[in-house]
Design a protein around this ligand. Structure first.
Ligand code: AGP
Length: 610
């Protein structure tokens, strides 16, 4: 999704903005631009379709633009194709306002027509140009007044950075449903879509809330609410190192993040286990509340949804409560059955996914209590949920999630154990067995990662296959969904995940000699059934890679072409181990195909439009 950076201080702004934008590249974009105001040159705007490097070349790394106040933007096209003219900043016809925007202005068409009837000419197809033109139309010498009037006229989701050539000592930042943070330094202030863009310059940040507006000058920031009443905001200190958002010698962020999983799992789980007990100090659930739950609704998108699919099996088993897993984008529009006894478990790496955020708001409106599992500290979902458990995965830069998925999964185990113990639905023996296995997962992950060359070999055999199936039963099926998504998003190979028993109800017609089927066969309880399905595809000519546990590997080897064996663990925890070979397989296949692994085409890291 679009990335915004703003700087106001005493140094040249353009190089700082380019550096900030480079930190936001991971979000996904197709064009980039800068607007700088300087005393000599006034408002200077340079923008270009393509990678940030194009913009950097055009401006000689920012050296051709002079001024210490400015805005930068990476655009992920929504309204209008990726092109120079549709790139941001968008500038008003009179050249007074430059605007960068993340989000969608839903009523932009009617405003555009209104402004055209006033004689204003538009040059782009964007909803953002409407905002720049509207600001200029409404401006009567008072910047804040114009911004407030503009905000009353537009509908939608947005984060804006605004620069006005008449007030060149300040930037205005506004947000509603799209993220925006402020960074504070000595003699300079910044604004950005996320912390990674400012961390090189400052660790002191403020998270803007919905409908807040900030006036940003070199010496400070004043935040206002929607009625232009001043708001006192708390500053936060960011404590992760900038190296956490760098490749550290790896060719891709994805490779680094796959390798970081043992450590991320440790950081997420170990401090929350004390004396063999799951200690979730941030949660305050009562036994009565849990016993009266009518349903747990898990709400998420993409890989986070796949975590929810696994959690459903584990929660239902341990808690004996009905669990429904909803795609967040469907939830709001499906008249969900939610009561005051429903717990909404919301899962999101970014904490900003608009579908998940709006679904959580709807669940809360209907009476649910929202418990969120989030990676990005201070994100909107984290702040709006009733309870939050952070995954301590650190910044995840690759678009394809790996360590966030793994740590989200880890948190669902902790919740399941914590609730089950409180409700008395788990025996002390089983509880102790799961907890002790949980503590072994990082070492077992390291064992799997140490064998990545085997998976690289399988990738070299199959990277040219046009279509790959993942089959499994029970939680193996849920993990197969994640394996399939990983492969699709970074290698562009068509892939489907199928419940193995469902194949023969239609999809098996697609299996022909040479089709690759990755069969997840790690659940002992359904192993024989799964192997029957493997035989079905084998006998139709499929090549099969089985993913199973060490103790079952001898069995699969009799039937399949290749076996990947993971260490054994408690059945509930298998997904944490199963997923890693699938991540590696997707990674190596994409590498063989020469794909842009960290920034796959058409995708964005944080999806802030519906
Ligand atoms: C996963 O690799 C994807 N990039 C995507 O499916 C992602 O999980 C989804 O967009 C949800 O994001 P969130 O966890 O930040 O809400």
């Amino acid at each position: 999704m679009c990335g915004i950076v703003g700087f106001v201080g005493r140094e040249e702004a353009a190089p700082i903005l380019l550096e900030g934008l480079s930190r936001l590249e991971y979000r996904g974009y197709d064009s980039a631009g800068l607007a700088i105001w300087g005393a000599q040159d006034g408002l200077q705007v340079v923008k270009a379709k393509g990678r940030l490097q194009v913009l950097s070349d055009l401006t000689q790394g920012g050296a051709t633009l002079h001024g210490s106040i400015g805005l930068g933007h990476t655009r992920w096209a929504t309204h209008g194709e990726p092109s120079d003219v549709n790139s941001h900043p968008q500038v008003s016809e009179r050249g007074r306002f430059a605007v960068v925007h993340n989000g969608i202005v839903e009523n932009y068409m009617e405003i555009r027509e209104f402004l055209q009837n006033q004689g204003i000419t538009f040059v782009s197809q964007t909803d953002t140009e409407v905002v720049a033109q509207l600001l200029d139309y409404l401006y009567e010498g008072d910047l804040l007044d114009a911004v407030a009037k503009m905000l009353h006229r537009i509908r939608g989701a947005y984060a804006f950075g605004i620069i006005c050539a008449d007030c060149p000592d300040k930037l205005v930042a506004v947000r509603k449903d799209s993220p925006l943070i402020l960074g504070h330094g000595e003699g300079f202030q910044m604004l950005a879509s996320d912390v990674t863009a400012v961390i090189k310059y400052t660790r002191e940040v403020t998270y803007l809330d919905n409908d807040e507006l900030a006036v940003v000058t070199p010496d400070g920031v004043q935040v206002y609410d929607a009625y232009l009443q001043p708001v006192e905001k708390e500053q936060h200190h960011v404590d992760w190192e900038i190296s956490a958002a760098e490749k550290g010698g790896y060719e891709h962020f994805m490779a680094k993040e796959i390798m970081e999983q043992p450590e991320a799992f440790r950081k997420t789980v170990f401090p929350r286990i004390r004396d063999g007990q799951v200690a979730l100090d941030d949660l305050h659930f009562e036994k009565d509340y849990l016993e009266q739950l009518d349903k747990i609704y898990i709400i998420a998108c993409g890989s986070s949804y796949h975590v929810g699919m696994v959690a459903k099996y584990n929660f239902e088993k341990l808690l004996r409560k009905p669990v429904e897993v909803a795609l967040a984008s469907e939830f709001r529009y499906s008249e969900p059955i939610v009561t005051g006894h429903t717990l909404a478990l919301v899962i999101s790496q970014s904490g900003e996914t608009i579908d998940t955020l709006t679904a959580m708001r709807e669940a809360k409106r209907l009476g649910a209590r929202a418990l969120a599992i989030v990676n990005v500290v201070g994100s909107t979902i984290a702040r709006e949920a009733d309870d939050v458990l952070y995954t301590w995965a650190g910044p995840e830069i690759a678009v394809a999630t790996t360590k966030a998925y793994s740590t989200q999964m880890a948190v669902t185990y902790l919740i399941a154990l914590y609730f089950a113990q409180m409700m008395g639905t788990i025996s002390p023996e089983e509880y102790a067995a799961i907890v002790s296995e949980l503590l072994l997962i990082p070492t077992k992950l390291e064992t799997i990662l140490a064998q990545s060359q085997d998976i690289q070999y399988y990738a070299s055999l199959y990277f040219n296959h046009p279509s790959i199936f993942f089959i499994g039963r029970n939680i193996d099926y849920a993990v197969g969904m994640e394996g399939s998504l990983k492969l699709k998003e970074i290698s562009y190979i068509h892939s489907e995940a199928y419940a193995a028993g469902e194949l023969k109800h239609g999809t098996i017609s697609l299996i022909e000699p040479g089709t690759l089927v990755v069969a997840l066969a790690s659940c002992r309880a359904v192993f024989e059934k799964e192997m029957s399905n493997v035989v079905e595809v084998k006998s139709r000519g499929a090549d099969v890679i089985a993913l199973t546990t060490e103790d079952l590997a001898g069995e699969t080897a009799k039937t399949v072409d290749h076996t990947i064996a993971i260490p054994t663990t408690h059945p509930m925890l298998l997904p944490s181990l199963d997923v890693v070979p699938l991540q590696l397989f997707a990674y190596y296949v994409a590498l063989q195909r020469g794909c842009d692994i960290d920034k796959p085409r058409n995708l964005a890291k944080s999806v802030t439009v519906e």
